[in-house]
Design a protein around this ligand. Structure first.
Ligand code: ARG
Length: 430
């Protein structure tokens, strides 16, 4: 039985093909669908389309459904198309004609839109929380190991001294920039589309300001066509936020795999956090970070997938939009699992001391020595040549002391300033 049934049933194959993964994916929208319906009927009552009694009965029934969802007992039955239909069927089953009144002045098009906005808003908040945890962990590690030096590379050739303080702290600060995308996506999601109905509004005198306030949206998509257009645009913004974080995390995962390699051996993890080989008995592999790298690389394709799915769609609702859920729903969950796993692993990371004592890293200090000569009065170019000749003739011996003091350098990480920047962007998400 369909909401739109007009006396004939569609072919079974057509139904399965068009419903797709909705019966499963829509379960994530169920609680938001009920919230949206509650706001909608309160508004309907305020404009005289429902009586006070009808509103009370409907709200009680919706509250029951909300609890059913909370207990994990809500399912979308076979033959029911989506979450919107299931909620309405439950209501009509219980309340008869009163249940059928709930849909006045709305369409599943704005219903799914409002569900998605509320869902994405929550997902972004949860993502922000996970990012904050990882950020705090990275900053903590940066401070803890700020005096432990490691090689810095350019072209993957040893370049200049770096430190674990810089390395961990760099990824923390990179996450601040990623959070700008999350904040942008959050603000795009935080707008009420309800009342746009099928995409062109309604002749009922809907009070959209009221539903905006009831649902705690910052503002509304005023133009009803723009509201419908926001389907796909919002997902794209969320996808860009996901991709931004994934690019930072994927790169970090690569560093970890590399630093764990025996040719570097800069870091390690307890045995139980590594994985073995079925043939090589000595193996302690970084599978966690390899899977993370792979997942994060895939997540970076999300904006592309959305761009292709929505390219050149005509204005208004098109059923293609349903497939956005297939892309976005698993992606937000997957990103969070990567963030949480990374934080978990970093709680156990061990870093190696005295890496730079190894003579193979001697050349890391050439710039330090050039600068020392320059500070003592020798023109920079001459100092550069002097040390260059020492290297050339195999006569270079490093003075292995590092004295970096400017903002953001080894000796002055500015982690407190970076934390303030993070706080400022996090404040935009509420
Ligand atoms: N499952 C649909 C979706 O996600 C719900 C909206 C259906 N609207 C329609 N006109 N068929 O897009």
């Amino acid at each position: 039985m369909k909401l739109w049934s007009k006396g004939f049933e569609p072919d079974k194959m057509i139904e399965e093909f068009t419903v797709g993964a909705d019966r499963e994916l829509d379960l994530k929208l169920a609680k938001y669908d009920v919230q949206g319906s509650m706001a909608h009927i309160k508004m309907l009552e305020s404009i005289g389309l429902l009586t006070k009694d009808e509103l009370t009965t409907l709200l009680a029934a919706l509250e029951d459904i909300a609890q059913m969802i909370e207990r994990g007992e809500f399912t979308i039955e076979p033959g029911v198309e989506d979450v919107h239909s299931q909620v309405e069927f439950l209501l009509t089953q219980r309340l008869g004609d009163t249940g059928k009144k709930i849909h006045s002045g709305r369409s599943r098009n704005d219903q799914v839109l409002v569900d998605l906005k509320l869902f994405m808003r929550d997902e972004l908040k949860k993502t922000a929380e996970s990012v904050q945890h990882l950020f705090d962990r990275l900053q903590h590690l940066s401070e803890e190991h700020k005096d432990v030096l490691m090689p810095g590379y350019t072209h993957l050739q040893i370049a200049m001294p770096s430190s674990f303080g810089l390395w961990f702290g760099a990824y923390a600060e990179a996450l601040v920039d990623d959070m700008q995308f999350v904040a942008a996506a959050y603000n795009i999601a935080n707008q009420n589309p309800l009342g746009s109905a099928a995409g062109y509004g309604s002749s009922f005198p809907l009070n959209r300001t009221m539903t905006t306030e009831l649902l705690g949206f910052e503002t509304m998509h005023y133009n009803v066509v723009a509201a419908q257009m926001s389907r796909g645009k919002t997902e794209r913004a969320v996808g860009m936020a996901i991709a931004a974080i994934a690019s930072t995390l994927g790169r970090f995962a690569m560093d970890v795999c590399m630093w764990m390699c025996q040719n570097f051996s800069f870091i390690s993890f307890p045995d139980e956090l590594t994985t073995g080989s079925s043939i090589m008995p000595h193996k302690k592999n970084p599978d966690v970070f390899e899977i993370m790298r792979g997942k994060c690389n895939r997540l970076q394709s999300i904006p592309n997938e959305i761009a292709l799915l929505t390219a050149n769609l005509p204005l208004g609702y098109n059923r293609d939009l349903q497939l956005l859920k297939d892309i976005i729903f698993p992606a937000t969950a997957e990103l969070r699992s990567c963030l949480e796993m990374c934080d978990f692993m970093l709680a156990h990371i061990r870093v190696k001391d005295n890496i730079l004592d190894d003579p193979k890293y001697n050349y890391l200090f050439t710039v330090e020595d050039v600068n020392r000569l320059a500070l003592n009065g020798m023109p920079f170019r001459e100092a550069y040549r002097t040390v260059g000749m020492q290297v050339q003739n195999g006569e270079y011996t490093p003075t292995k002391s590092v004295h970096h003091t400017h903002e953001g350098s080894i000796g002055n990480l500015c982690n407190d300033k970076i934390a303030k920047k993070m706080q400022a962007v996090m404040n935009r998400i509420r």
